[in-house]
Design a protein around this ligand. Structure first.
Ligand SMILES: Cc1cc2nc3c(=O)[nH]c(=O)nc-3n(C[C@H](O)[C@H](O)[C@H](O)COP(=O)(O)OP(=O)(O)OC[C@H]3O[C@@H](n4cnc5c(N)ncnc54)[C@H](O)[C@@H]3O)c2cc1C
Length: 410
């Protein structure tokens, strides 16, 4: 088996142009607004996206039919990492969450009419969107089967009732992709359906912006109420009761693209720390000549390199049409924690400067921490990784069933 990790020349060229664009156009804006894109408003989003279009780096993930570059997952990994070097890079390229994951889902599942109405303007950057799955307790969170929002049939369509929270980008989104239960009870593993619900539909309310540690996502993290929201039959995305299957279409790639973008931030944090270690003098030497600082720099290099390869492996499986359930869980868990470690070490190397607003490190620290929770908390992924491994052991006869049950629930 030969492993060639060299990107295709077309992708290498796009990645190089993306890196140059992000450093010269997106990063100065990020510095100016201390990493909070919403402070620049819709005007900033539109102007960054126009600049990305002119630089030929806009929408690398979308198919060429919708004006993108049509990159597969492996190629996205190379380009998204460069875009992620600045918090504003993904916004400029129209590959920020949740829009990027929604475009992927719509390309895979939507009808031709739905693509024209919802995917096209999203891919062009003229609108934003959101994805509404998580609910306040006792509803869906780590366990999607707890889904409690309901959609009940009515003349000509459905009535949606329920409450969602932590819905990223909801404020200002043109539409919501909402998961609602169309059959069964909370706790059942099936019975979910996805609905495309336009902003302004009667009964759909944004109740509040939830105050969170991070502030980097456009449109905030919102709590939404659905009170007898009428949606027509053609608002169903895909087939009724297939929502959990479609969620998998979105979630595995979306958690990997989050990994790619945050890996870019980890590299940026490491660059800030290395520059500081090279320039700062203490105890008669350069900071970077001190062994414990070198250990931190080395550990971060190891975290960055290992993260990249885990992402690439899971992407290769997805490109080959495999589920990548195990490899994407492994990558997500490792990268979310590794990126946090890299940013934390970088901050430590910079001393008090690191926690100040004079570098972007304190902003990065706040932005990366929630990634250990969304797209599946580390504990949920570890649980799933272990269950799959134990199931495999049982299937190959190396472990009796009773041992697996004890190990999983211990
Ligand atoms: C910044 C941010 C943005 C988000 N954006 C969106 C969005 O746009 N749309 C959306 O639908 N949702 C969004 N979410 C919600 C996110 O998907 C959920 O927070 C996540 O699924 C976890 O659910 P929960 O918060 O209800 O935690 P819970 O389900 O209550 O879990 C709490 C904790 O339990 C532990 N745990 C979980 N599983 C296990 C296990 N098997 N074994 C042991 N311990 C376990 C973990 O430590 C976990 O953190 C966002 C969340 C954040 C923080």
């Amino acid at each position: 088996m030969s492993i060639d990790l060299t990107p295709d020349p077309r992708v290498a060229d796009l990645a190089a142009r993306t890196a140059a664009f992000v450093r010269t156009v997106a990063a100065p804006e990020e510095e100016r607004l201390a990493g909070v894109a919403s402070a620049g408003g819709e005007e900033l989003r539109l102007s960054l996206q126009q600049a990305a279009r002119e630089a030929g780096v806009f929408a690398p993930h979308v198919s060429t039919a919708y004006g993108g570059h049509g990159l597969d997952m492996r190629d996205r990994a190379v380009v998204f990492e460069e875009a992620g070097w600045s918090l504003f890079g993904p916004l400029a390229l129209n590959i920020a969450a949740p829009d990027e994951g929604n475009m992927h889902l719509l390309e895979a599942v939507a009808t031709a009419e739905q693509k024209e109405r919802y995917l096209k303007p999203l891919a062009e950057g003229t609108v934003r969107s959101c994805f509404a799955m998580t609910e306040p307790s006792p509803g869906a969170g780590s366990d999607p089967a707890a889904l409690s929002t309901t959609a009940t049939p009515t003349t000509g369509g459905w009535l949606v009732n329920g409450r969602k929270w932590f819905i990223t980008g909801a404020d200002g989104a043109a539409y919501t992709i909402c998961m609602a239960r169309t059959s069964g009870q909370p706790g059942d593993r099936g019975g979910a359906t996805m609905f495309l619900i336009d902003a302004g539909t009667p009964g759909l309310r944004i109740d509040r912006h939830i105050d969170t540690l991070d502030e980097g996502f456009f449109g905030g993290h919102c709590e939404l109420a659905f009170a007898d929201v009428f949606v027509s039959e053609d608002s169903v995305l895909g087939a009724v009761d297939k929502g959990f299957e479609y969620a998998q279409v979105r979630l595995a790639p979306a958690r990997l693209t989050h990994c790619m973008r945050w890996l870019g931030i980890a590299r940026h944090a490491q660059e800030i720390a290395v520059d500081r270690a090279a320039e700062r003098r203490i105890f008669g030497s350069r900071l970077g000549d001190l062994g414990m600082v070198q250990a931190m720099v080395a550990d971060s290099e190891i975290d960055i390199a290992a993260s990249r390869l885990l992402i690439w492996q899971a992407c290769a499986e997805l490109d080959e049409g495999r589920s990548a359930a195990q490899s994407s869980s492994i990558a997500k868990t490792f990268v979310a924690e590794a990126v946090g470690r890299v940013v934390d070490r970088s901050l430590q190397i910079c001393g008090a400067l690191g926690i100040s607003g004079d570098t972007l490190l304190s902003r990065y620290h706040r932005e990366v921490r929630p990634f250990r929770i969304y797209d599946g908390p580390s504990e949920t992924h570890r649980w799933a990784i272990a269950k799959r491994r134990l199931r495999q052991a049982r299937a190959t006869g190396t472990m009796p069933a009773v041992t697996e049950e004890r190990a999983v629930h211990a």
